[in-house]
Design a protein around this ligand. Sequence first.
Ligand code: ZN
Length: 379
Amino acid sequence: MPAITYEHIKTCKQSGARLGIVHTPHGSFETPMFMPVGTLATVKTMSPEDLKDMGAKIILSNTYHLWLRPGSDIIKEAGGLHKFMNWDRPILTDSGGFQVFSLSDLRKISEEGVEFRNHLSGEKLFLTPEKSMQVQNDLGPDIMMAFDECPPYPAEYEYMKASVERTSRWAERCLKAHARPDEQGLFGIVQGGEYEDLRKQSAEDLVSLDFPGYAIGGLSVGEPKDVMNRALEYTTPLLPADKPRYLMGVGSPDSLIDGSIRGIDMFDCVLPTRIARNGTLMTSSGRLVVRNAKYARDFRPLDENCNCHVCQNYSRAYIRHLVKCDETFGFRLTTYHNLHFLLKLMENVRQAIREDRLLDYREEFFEAYGFNKPDAKNF
Ligand SMILES: [Zn+2]
């Protein structure tokens, strides 16, 4: 029995979106699902109890950051990431690749791996497919990600082609190096940027290696939304229907709905938590910047249609005051609401799939949120 399996429940007759269940060693979750990001083995300002209370079923943590601090040997000694951070539900870790490419200086990519400088200490380090697997085996998440190269957008065709081919060779090395396939499922990552033939090549290479799940990487890296949606339209049909599909780094409400419509099951993004710490909220009637002066005497909840404990108990005026004074409690409240909002959105998406009306739901949601306006913001 593989560590990760996908159970298909139904396909939305109106949109083609899939409703399913992903089974893991630490329990199951319905899909489409949003995964809150806990970079350093904590979703910033949230306790595991908060996360359970808001309905989070799986969280993501970052291999690169935990490898550097506190070190995967310490987490292994603690009994793995679940025990270390007191989270007994599923965890997914990334491969470290994305951070190596986005955070560190002086990267040197070779067939063997990537040489880079630790963004904290400046120390020279080398990350390879084998090293990424060893660190993720030590951390012990339910789902691990293959080590891939994440080229910037836009990248030249020839570069992207060479990169896709290397990522396929690295994927094969990851499978060979993965020491705990009965306890942890390893997902392959389809790359190829906006080039349809390279996405096809990448998907075919990876599907031939028979991973228990597949991610689509290299999107939401600065390309326009229609480029992302088109890439999903030609990529998801190439992936096996009986395996979960994960769109990496996507978390704006419109993209969660549009990704689901294109057959995606799992999403993650720092967006809801990052903007929360800046005092920006996602609400059923659109984006709300609670720092603004107009909320100083506004004693209504952040979102009048939200049933989260923040909206039941605290006002815009109070939260604005806390956020403006840099009070930690203010960031707890805004973070809680934003994560609850996206988890609730995915629950509504799943309900709409059950009722074969996800395109109608999209229209209603976009209208209320303001995505249909010409000057609509990204979130
Ligand atoms: Zn709320």
